[in-house]
Design a protein. Structure first.
Length: 174
């Protein structure tokens, strides 16, 4: 199955604050596990989702640079926390606060990845939205995706540096 062309409805999908949306992937980001909450909120069945690239739920509002930061971090063996807006099968969106970690085999090599997601507060979403809008603008300003992404990452790093903070501290300050 190729990535479906889902049109965002602008409606927000719901899940409870005590629920955790879980998925696991292989080294390429293909989904190897999704819990019941993931299936319910995304609207995909296990059959539809297993083996698919994780960008099957990518929302067009998400900056490419955030996913680059995510992949660079987890491929480097580190964990990352990130706000992500996802797209359900019916076009509804849902914001999550994701904790993405590498899983290691007995020899200490990365064997796959794991993501646990909780529901963020509306105030946190309101604070991250303008940051993501700016990153997307920078990405789109450049003719080439790669240049745009580099400009967006540079902007994020410089802004954090100017504020004397790090990405991790920034994410937890929201
Ligand atoms: C464990 C794990 C969980 C992920 N969860 C999501 C997710 O919830 N939503 C999403 O859009 N991308 C997620 N990604 C990132 C995707 O693999 C992909 O990089 C992203 O959707 C951007 O897709 P694109 O590079 O094709 O534009 C996850 C990756 C990993 C390794």
């Amino acid at each position: 199955m190729s990535r479906p062309n889902i049109v965002p409805t602008g409606r927000e999908g719901h899940f409870d604050t005590e629920e955790i949306i879980v998925s696991k992937t292989d080294l390429q980001g293909r989904i190897t596990y999704a819990n019941d909450v993931f299936l319910r909120v995304s609207g995909f069945s296990e059959r539809e989702i297993l083996g698919q690239p994780h960008n099957i739920i990518r929302h067009p509002d998400m900056p490419h640079s955030v996913f680059k930061l995510l992949w660079d971090t987890i491929q480097g063996g580190e964990e990352i926390f990130a706000y992500v807006v996802n797209l359900a099968k019916n076009g509804d969106h849902y914001w999550v606060f994701a904790h993405v970690t590498p899983s290691f085999d007995a020899e200490g090599k990365i064997a796959g990845y794991h993501s646990n997601r909780r529901k963020p507060d509306p105030e946190q979403i309101a604070k991250i939205e303008p940051v993501y809008r700016k990153l997307r603008e920078l990405e789109n300003d450049s003719g080439r995706v790669k240049d745009g992404m580099a400009a967006a990452i540079e902007f994020l790093q410089q802004t954090l540096e100017k504020q004397g903070t790090t990405y991790e501290r920034f994410v937890f300050s929201l």
